[in-house]
Design a protein around this ligand. Structure first.
Ligand SMILES: Cc1cc2nc3c(=O)[nH]c(=O)nc-3n(C[C@H](O)[C@H](O)[C@H](O)COP(=O)(O)OP(=O)(O)OC[C@H]3O[C@@H](n4cnc5c(N)ncnc54)[C@H](O)[C@@H]3O)c2cc1C
Length: 474
């Protein structure tokens, strides 16, 4: 886990609201052992994978049903106390910090797959089910759920952050793969936002409103997801390049030619070295694309041939294929563990991750200048990217005893975000705003759009109890 660092000027002021003892008593009386005020439990729920820190919540409620969630939220509403929904705590932007105090509502025990409908290619799950658990439980149906953030996050947390991952280039993000939600609103009412039908024109799209709302509008208690048939053929390959630019230009051409590649991930040479050391791999220490092709055997062969030609035109080395499922799993596990490999490479370091995403035609412009700036800074870093989507992450590895490193890394991030915005991109492709990107959101969306978001928040949560102080100040 990433280590916390002192709260700095980079995150908003901590403004604790009073949590009356009467509320804690009422929670204990309603929830018994499902409510904890133990310091270790509160501390574990008062932080995420970001390096920010705030005092922990006053209590943690472990919900086991929608009724539990509704009752906890009603009590919090009665006392006007913040409620912070908690999945597994893998978010990266300070989403879970109790900056206005309050209670944490842990959804991890709501971890049942409720129904699988193979004929409709859907599954309905409770919010605490993790992405790996979904795939394990539906294995026998021949279907799979593709969204895969590096951490084994909960479906509730992934919905709340509008997450994506390595497969999004082909299968989309949580925005594209959630059909229906059950939500407990800020007043404790239980609503549904859709149906199991593939499409609908029935009123405002409340599903999309809650997807990406970061726990600020309500608590998601049930999710219906789209599933996909497991591809008949899957091939994964790695290809090394003489430069980052060559790898990026290859990616741009693959996407612009409409090759339906399932995954195309960039790892820079720093990242490759860290992954080699951590996962005991012998990858060639050069910038690398890690790719996967899905389809019929003939389709996969055709895609691979086109991509090999494009890569060769840019000086890419011959593909190294991972043909068995075990080899593929080893490669993708190593990719998913890149963040932890990086943290381990500088013992005691703290990591901050960037998350810009730009239109594919601007990827080289955005990424290459930012690499030059990162190299010139002298701060140890790695670069990984879901580059087929135009999304990439610098991970700066900071020595906590050298605060100037943090200043430099934050300045690099400011420059990167400004560049991405000027190229028609966004400050966050998938991690969300949390605390860390609130200023960037105003620059990106404009004050008017952020004020409209506040208006929606006030209408749905007039007492401002749902994860307050996140996305925008209120
Ligand atoms: C190593 C690593 C790799 C990562 N890679 C990716 C990646 O590739 N793509 C990506 O998108 N993200 C990635 N992430 C970020 C993180 O995994 C995602 O943001 C994930 O969606 C968070 O899920 P969680 O269950 O951990 O939620 P938490 O961190 O517990 O919560 C996240 C937010 O969602 C809210 N929330 C949680 N559950 C609910 C609920 N049921 N109802 C309402 N609100 C809720 C919380 O209040 C909080 O605001 C990565 C993180 C790590 C550590």
């Amino acid at each position: 886990m990433n280590a916390p660092t002192a709260t700095s000027h980079l995150i908003p002021e901590i403004r604790q609201r009073n949590v009356p003892a009467a509320l804690v008593d009422a929670l204990k009386s309603r929830f018994g052992a499902q409510c904890s005020t133990a310091l270790a439990v509160r501390e574990q729920h008062g932080r995420d994978e970001s390096s920010f820190e705030a005092p922990p919540p006053a209590a943690v409620v472990f919900a086991e049903s929608t009724q539990d969630v509704a009752d906890a939220v009603k009590l919090a509403s009665q006392y006007e106390v913040p409620v912070i929904p908690f999945g597994v705590g893998s978010s990266l932007e300070g989403h879970l910090l109790a900056v206005q105090g309050g209670i944490s509502l842990d959804l991890g025990r709501m971890n049942k797959v409720l129904s699988v409908n193979p004929e409709d290619l859907t599954v309905t799950v409770q919010p605490g089910v993790t992405r790996k658990q979904v795939n394990e439980e539906i294995k026998s149906t021949g279907l799979f759920f593709p969204i895969d953030p590096g951490a084994d996050a909960t479906i509730g947390g992934m919905s709340a952050t509008r997450a994506s991952g390595t497969n999004a280039v082909r299968y989309g993000t949580m925005r594209d793969n959630v059909l229906n939600l059950e939500v407990v609103t800020a007043s404790g009412e239980v609503i549904r936002t859709g149906t199991r039908a593939k499409k609908s024109s029935a009123g405002y799209d409340l599903t999309r409103l809650f997807i990406g709302s970061e726990g600020t509008l309500g608590v998601i208690t049930e999710i219906t997801l789209r599933l996909y048939p497991l591809p008949e053929a899957i091939s994964a390959a790695i290809c090394s390049f003489p430069s980052i630019e060559a790898a990026v230009r290859t990616t741009i051409q693959i996407i612009q030619l409409g090759v339906p590649i399932a995954r195309v991930e960039l790892i820079d040479v720093n990242g490759v070295r860290m992954v080699n050391a951590h996962s005991k791999l012998g990858l060639r220490e050069e910038p690398m694309l890690l790719m996967e092709f899905h389809g019929s055997p003939a389709g996969v062969k055709e895609q691979a041939e086109i991509v090999q030609e494009i890569a060769a035109d840019h000086g890419g080395n011959a593909f190294e294929w991972a043909t068995t499922p075990e080899e593929r799993t080893r490669l993708w596990t190593a990719r998913h563990n890149a963040y932890f490999a990086a943290i381990q490479s500088r013992p005691g370091c703290r990591a901050i991750s960037t998350d810009t995403c730009v239109p594919i035609s601007r990827l080289a412009d955005c990424l290459l200048d930012s690499v030059r700036e990162a190299d010139a800074s002298g701060i140890p870093y790695f670069l990984v990217g879901h580059v087929g989507d135009g999304n990439f992450h610098f991970g700066y590895l900071l020595d906590p005893t050298k605060p100037q490193e943090r200043e430099v890394a934050e300045q690099l991030n400011v420059q990167l975000v400004s560049r991405a915005l000027s190229l028609g991109g966004t400050c966050t492709g998938e991690h969300g705003v949390g605390l860390h990107k609130m200023d960037f959101l105003v620059t990106e969306a404009g004050a008017g759009a952020v004020e409209l978001m506040r208006t929606i928040k006030r209408a749905l949560d007039p007492k401002n109890i749902m994860n307050p102080g996140k996305i925008f100040s209120l």
